[in-house]
Design a protein around this ligand. Structure first.
Ligand SMILES: Nc1nc2c(ncn2[C@@H]2O[C@H](COP(=O)(O)OP(=O)(O)O)[C@@H](O)[C@H]2O)c(=O)[nH]1
Ligand SMILES: [Mg+2]
Length: 663
């Protein structure tokens, strides 16, 4: 990609009256003035740059080479203040070789000034630029019929008719067509009036959306360091903000801001903006990168979109390779057509685009497609999903899903995204995927939760899941519990963590929401960590019941001189695997107490021991040497130590050196 021409830049290049200083001087006018970006468009030599200069007093051809050759190569910028409106002009090159530069400039414009020379009328780049404006969805514009001094009234009338025909059915139908001459000054006042009128009709841009500044130039300025410029297409940015450079994901600090020659504290959508960045070298930045808030977005390499082919284009084949232009960025893209094997001229269809490099994109972003070779504009489109999964061929769910993203309300979009997210959606994911503000995302979530289509499965961080997915998960959990009971008739229930694994390994929050539903509806019960089917009781067979009694009695009789479990087993009427489970039941019922691996006491024996120690403490004091403990209890050292450790854990005793203290 062509980086923006670098090299020496002066304050003049930036349109600055004063050198770029750290933006510490708020300028009240900036907050009340409406900012509107006007982009020129039209064939080379039709007088775009001359007209911008005639309107603003600034020659937008700022490069040495441009001045020498008298043609515009890259973007130029100029400003014009009209009552309450500040127009930022982006002057684009008309030459067919520099359409890519034109594309980098046309991205953020509010209205187009389509320049057509009266002596030449409509020429190839008049058409191409006009197509680009239509494909980008630029909503309004004015036609300037330049060089009116070169033709007579008849000719002027004829060209006007041609233009009316040319723009019929487009956004420019009915737009003003104004003859002007930069040479004589004729028509310039009328054009300014019309610019003002059109600018007033541009809807005010909110500063509340996420900040995005596609970079069109980057350079190093002596004494200031790295400066980038661009049209602030959404949101606002302040001096001292931390911002992120996409797609490289580097965080940098805004040292100062300029807009149209003035140092400003804050710049808002619709302003040409120069940002002095701290913490980055000019060499690390190129045209096409984007400044945006830190940590919110991820650049995309695969996106789903609706694309439209120009009537003038050749049919587009599935898997065609094209040039992709969005904002100031460009990439090479492979186009997978999602609805048919070929897109006919003038038609539109759904497609997945695979980019050769990541670009920060959000739903709704318009882009231009150019043929791979020879390079001409063939169409464009709008991003529907910038975090698109790879689709299976002929997956019937894709078209309706993308249809919802394209035409649906926010609620409908969120519902569709949630249904396609088996692990639920965190607030941050919703914002990254949609570009909505946090308030918008929460509002949509609330509406859907109220309508019981969505479940809030965690509050902090905020996570939602489709009610349908939680329902499906609950069914899976229920089945896993049933399966478990069937396979383990003697066990009272299944530990939660194990159940989660057996029920298809959902994200913990979704599993818990599903389990919670089952508990609330009385399908399952919880006791501690164990989950069981409601109303379930362990039914022991007569031998099992007898074995249970025998085990209990054996341990009760043994007191503190317990047998090993193997010894007890020998006397039982059941086989060892079932005996193990019965032991588990006794432990769970707390009839038996496990003190250490393979060391189990009856609860009565432990209770007696506690009473004995309490009595000893009263008569003989709290100190308890180990030999005394052994004597008191009559047990061997082998059992005494684990038993004392158990008592320590139970806070009956505490170890002090070689002794215990009775608590
Ligand atoms: N006679 C006449 N010549 C003009 C007028 N506007 C521009 N030109 C000339 O047309 C040529 C191309 O103008 P320029 O602004 O560079 O065209 P651009 O390529 O569209 O930017 C230059 O030589 C201008 O002096 C005009 O209103 N009348
Ligand atoms: Mg020019």
């Amino acid at each position: 990609m062509n980086a923006a021409p670098s090299g020496a830049a002066s304050a003049f290049d930036l349109g600055l009256v004063a050198p770029l200083a750290s933006g510490r001087h708020p300028v009240a006018r900036m907050e009340t003035t409406k900012h509107v970006i006007v982009g020129t468009a039209g064939h080379i030599d039709h007088g775009k740059s001359t007209l911008v200069e005639a309107l603003t007093g600034t020659n937008p051809d700022r490069l040495e080479e441009e001045k020498r050759r008298g043609i515009t190569i890259d973007l130029g910028f100029a400003f014009l203040n009209l009552e309450g409106v500040r127009l930022g002009f982006v002057d684009v090159p008309g030459h067919e070789r520099f359409v890519r530069n034109m594309l980098a400039g046309v991205g953020g414009i509010d209205l187009v000034l389509l320049v057509i020379a009266a002596d030449e009328s409509i020429k190839p780049q008049t058409r191409e630029h006009f197509d680009i404006c239509r494909l980008l969805g630029i909503p309004r514009g004015i036609v300037a019929l330049t060089k009116s001094d070169l033709v007579d009234a008849d000719m002027l009338g004829l060209v006007r008719l041609e233009i009316e025909e040319f723009v019929r059915g487009s956004f420019l139908e009915g737009a003003a067509i104004l003859p002007v001459s930069a040479r004589t000054g004729a028509g310039l006042d009328a054009l300014k009036l019309e610019l003002l009128r059109a600018a007033q009709a541009v809807p005010a841009k909110g500063a509340t959306r996420h900040f995005r500044l596609p970079i069109d130039r980057a350079f190093a300025m002596k004494g200031f360091g790295t400066v980038v410029t661009g049209t602030l297409v959404s949101g606002a940015v302040k001096a001292e903000d931390e911002v992120e450079l996409y797609p490289v994901r580097k965080r940098v600090r805004v040292r100062g801001l300029h807009s149209g020659g003035t140092s400003v504290e804050r710049a808002v959508a619709g302003q040409r903006t120069a940002v002095n960045l701290a913490g980055i070298e000019r060499e690390e930045i190129e045209r096409g990168m984007v400044l945006a808030p830190p940590g919110i977005f991820e650049p995309a390499k695969r996106l789903d979109a609706r694309i439209t082919l120009l009537r003038s284009a050749r049919p587009l084949q599935n898997r065609a390779r094209v040039h992709f232009h969005q904002g100031t960025a460009e990439a090479v893209a492979d186009v997978v057509l999602l609805e048919s094997g070929e897109l006919a001229p003038g038609e539109s269809g759904l497609a997945q685009l695979q980019l050769d490099k990541p670009i920060l994109l959000l739903p709704g972003d318009r882009f231009i497609l150019r043929q791979f070779s020879p390079v001409i504009t063939i169409g464009g489109g709008a991003v529907l999903d910038a975090r698109a999964p790879r689709h299976r061929r002929n997956d019937p769910a894709v078209t309706p899903f993308l249809g919802t993203l394209e035409h649906g309300s926010r609620d409908e979009i969120l519902a569709a995204l949630a249904e396609a997210a088996p692990q639920g959606l965190a607030l941050a994911q919703i914002i990254a995927r949609t570009g909505w503000t946090e308030a918008e995302a929460r509002q949509a979530a609330k509406k859907l939760t109220d309508a019981k289509r969505l479940r809030t499965i965690a509050e902090s961080p905020f996570i939602v899941a489709s009610a349908k997915i939680v329902g499906e998960r609950a069914a899976a959990v229920r089945k896993a519990i049933e399966d478990f009971h069937r396979a383990n008739p003697l066990l009272p229930g299944i530990p939660k963590q194990e159940l989660r694994g057996r029920a298809g390994k959902a994200r913990a929050e979704i599993f818990l929401a599903a389990l919670d539903d089952l508990v609330k509806t009385g399908v399952v019960t919880l006791s501690g960590d164990l989950v069981q089917r409601a109303g379930r009781e362990i039914a022991l067979s007569p031998e099992e019941a007898r074995a249970k009694e025998l085990i209990e009695r054996e341990f009760e009789r043994a007191g503190l001189t317990v047998p090993s479990f193997a010894q007890v087993l020998e006397k039982l009427p059941v086989e060892s695997r079932r005996a193990q489970k019965i032991l588990q039941i006794l432990l769970r019922e707390k009839v038996l107490i496990k003190v250490a691996e393979d060391l189990v006491f009856h609860r009565a024996a432990v209770a007696r021991l506690r009473a004995m120690l309490a009595g000893y403490r009263k008569e003989r004091g709290e100190r308890l040497p180990i030999p005394v403990f052994k004597e008191l209890t009559g047990i061997t050292r082998k059992y005494a130590i684990p038993l004392l450790e158990y008592l320590d854990r139970e806070h009956v005793t505490r170890r002090v050196g070689d002794e215990r203290v009775i608590l």
